[in-house]
Design a protein around this ligand. Sequence first.
Ligand code: CA
Length: 714
Amino acid sequence: MKSPIRTLLPALLALALCGCGTAPSAPDGHLSDYVSTLVGTESDWTFSTGNTYPAIALPWGMNFWTPMTSDREDNGWTYQYGAHRITGFKQTHQPSPWINDYGAFSVMPFTGTADGKPASWFSHKSEVAKPYYYRVYLADYDITVEITPTERAAVMRFTFPKSDSSFIAVNPYRDGMVLATRREATGFSVQNHGGVPEGFRNHFVIRADAPLLETFPTTRGQVVTLYVASSFISSEQAALNLKEVEGRSFDEVRDAAQARWDEVLGRIRVAGGTDDQYRTFYSCLYRSVLFPRKFYEIGADGQPVHYSPYNGQVEPGYLYTDTGFWDTFRALFPLLNLVYPDVNAEIQAGLANIARENDFLPEWASPGHRNCMVGNNSAAVVADAAMQGITSREDLEVLYRALVHASENVHPTVGSSGRKGHEYYNELGYIPYDVGINENVARTLEYAYDDWCIAQVARLLERPQEEIARFEKRSQNWRNVFDPETRLMRGRNQDGTFQAPFSPYKWGDAFTEGNAWHYTWSVFHDVPGLVEAMGGDAAFTAMLDSVFVVPPIYDDSYYGYRIHEITEMQVADMGNYAHGNQPAQHMIYLYDWTSQPRKAQQRIRETIDRLYSAAPDGYCGDEDNGQTSAWYIFSALGFYPVCPASGQYAAGSPLFREADVTLPGNRHLRIEAPGNAPGHPYVRSIRLNGKTLDRPFLDIATLKQGGKLVYEME
Ligand code: CA
């Protein structure tokens, strides 16, 4: 006979264990406090767990601040988690250590003599690293430093010890200048690594309630507050930008910064996970809303105005920068289009301004054209926004002309803007392997997808049918570098023969930071065509499986050394799957086009659980300006934009039992996965607003109306 108490006990125990009744757990308090800005900072040039720095900033802010551990001002690895000493606090605009910084300058308080470079031991135990607030204790000087940001300014608070020789140093970097008149310092930084015309300056102004650049006595616990702002336009504009913080206390600015972060992060609320998962999710969301950054300022008339790195003039309107479209067209821009379309509307207006200020859209901007990566993926960035109705008709006409121009031209000095090899591509349908243009298969595949994107915009603008048809025809050029014998993408010579000897394990060469196993899937816009070319469902699925099954062997002879992306693939123990670099990041979702979408669900959850965390080594390769984070955000929600500009997401396996996305117009998309649990990634069926989907694809326009998306888990 069962006693009532014994039947009740398991239920009571379960309640006590999960700390909840029917409602799943959810983050408590400020979402911004779930963010660690240190994720990805345990990196160096040989091995990247993110290659990030702890950006102290507002979302999309013009200026970020970071503590520095490097004693070299031009070291892209400005802050490394394993370092012991802080060397300064830098206003930074660096999108990636490989691109490096521009317009940077730094501040450092210390006590004692001013000769030599100040540096102090510190510990992560006495460090607080949040987006809206940073604090560290400089042990050698007994000084506590605190920083809080606005979009173009910041407030710093230094708490000094008793000392007869305290000092606040300002470093304007090489060839820059700083002048101090006791409590105000003005100057400029000219630091850059290209991407700016002659005469580029970042003008800064610092006001403090203590002397700057000279020795002064302090009492124990004496607090010195600094107000710092800068402008790419003029010193007068820097003084205007300082109004973001002037007259406000440190705590007021910090509380406002936290409220802004809570609002931006709060557009996506998740529940029914663990605290570690919430930390990872919101740390990834933080990284997804930093870049591209605002490069415009607000003039005396209250209107947006910008210094143009494209023509050296001060121009009206918006401008954003510091992103590489090769990375961010994939998921970062689609995430903006879903959750933050108002921001992407400004970014698109800025791209139209760029098209008015010079002949080319950037492919890698920092702040102007930088020569980096391949492809012409500005087409995808423009097309995805246009297809979602984010871009004004007037701007879209301007942008379309720039896209068409790029399809027939290459930038005269920056080979990655426009299309290198366009003559071959437009005539032969591919860029040959043997004509001296590197990474030719990667370029061909991306141009083909980019042409498909241009065709979408052309149709939207009701361009002549023959123009639409020209781009549609070119969008099939991926077929010209597909080798039916190996079922892989492969270099092709000018005479039509495939390149030999061929190794699918060879990185670079015909590809970009990847091999044939990674690039074969770069047919975002015609997955059914790729399935058919490979020989159908079974053959295609076997090839996808093979990426995970083949050993992580590699040929690095093109580079002459093992590039960090190779190492990051190897250590993941997922065969040749290289999630740490962008070309492969959509690959898992291609199982949705086969008879085995369960394999997508399993691999997505494996990648989420294995390769992401909120620890300092929490990424599995370069984070790259929100792209690798946006993969996580989408995947944790349960879908992914395999083909930007298609209007469709491929479904995966949601991580949380509940999520709520606030859409424009205060509509809500509710995502529910009742019964979701670790280790159970499989989805039995998906219902959108009560209607069961036949296939694992979601119509974005329908989702953006709001409603309820339910994943029935197995
Ligand atoms: Ca990368």
